[in-house]
Ligand binder design. Sequence first.
Ligand code: BES
Ligand code: ZN
Length: 454
Amino acid sequence: MNASAYARENQQKFLGELQEFLRIPSISAQPAHQHDIERAAAWLSAQLSTAGFPKVEVMATDGPPIVYAEWLTAGADKPTVLVYGHYDVQPPDPLDEWHTPPFEPSVIDDDLFARGASDDKGQALIHVKAAEAFHATAGALPVNVKCIFEGEEEIGSPHLTPFIETHRELLAADLGLISDTHILGKTIPAIIYALRGLAYIEVTVTGPDHDLHSGLYGGAVNNPINALCRMIAQMQDEEGHITIPGFYDKVRALTPEESVDLTKVPFEQKAWLEETGVKADWGEPDYTVVERTTARPTLDVNGIWGGYIEPGAKTVLPSQASAKISMRLVPDQDPVEITRLVKDYLLSIAPPTVNISVKDLHGGEGAIVRRDSPAMKAAFQAYTHVFGTEPIFIREGGSIPVVATFQKILGIETILMGFGLPDDRLHSPNEKFHIPNFYKGIETVVRFMELLGT
Ligand code: BES
Ligand code: ZN
């Protein structure tokens, strides 16, 4: 039996194991779940040992541990692949919108519903199961493989870059391999070659030093919520252009080849409106929806608070207002530089009647990876083999900052071999993973490794 046949014969077993993994609520954002983070790391390391990795280590950091594994017996003439994934998940909130409990994985038709099913436990496990398939059949991998799985991707990976910096030798490889993205449809494979970056800030506007009666003081005190809203409104025009000076200076324009490729992305306005529940699309009129959501930078308020928000009315003039604001960036925008530009701009437009403070929450660079490498060719062939149709090259709007970190620190390009679907509801209630994609993912990685090793 070869590895692909083993993968096909063991689908039910793999699904059961994924369900075990998903039952661990490894929520990185919530300190109360630290123990679950450790349990998830331990579970994954046991799986890696079973899959045949001779060396598996749960490595401590100042944050969640990094699970490291290596299997380097393919020989010096074979490439070394560095697999990355994350075992942490987003908080499941709002809980009452889930149709099934987020940490009790439920199979409904061909989908597996649970927090982390697609992002990223299901996709991370694909690599472990592909290795297991080789272990159980050939007894060896066709290429050398190193794995790192982190437990704080969903909160901006604060300890990952320092870890990679201090473990350059350990992590040395010829290419990176990540399954943490999606393809375009059940039968439309895609290879993502560009991701957006992120700059994330929190702004606080302070007016009076305590809440005031809005009747006694209103009219003579600049209300911090009103002031914050006016400032936010000045960051973007009605059509969606960001008005912060210098914001677009480094944006790398689409090449003609890329623009043509993006027109191949199947996009149906009606389906998209249904998927999002909005009345109409919005944003820079010179760009299509696909371009706006993948190749253009954005500015969004992710949360805003201040004043009285409990039931009923309270006539108060609040002392403070805050907002969390994130910007999706595109290559070659630098998150540090963008954060500085935004801070400078906010300080320049802040009225003299209030104080403002800007906190840098986190950031990460976008990335564009080479499309003409032998590994990319192998990925292309592997998808074609398993899905029966050629993958489309696309850019994607989400962020995986480690791709740029691998380029800069390890000098390697990454293949983004995703198996999620656009409607997987990542970060939302009712996240799911399409079960046939889990199985196809394992077979695609098996094929990819075989092609890379010949
Ligand atoms: N898996 C996602 C990113 C993703 C999903 C990319 C689908 C492309 C298609 C990842 O776990 C994620 O959500 N990343 C964060 C990164 C941030 C916290 C730095 C994001 O994009 O918000
Ligand atoms: Zn993810």
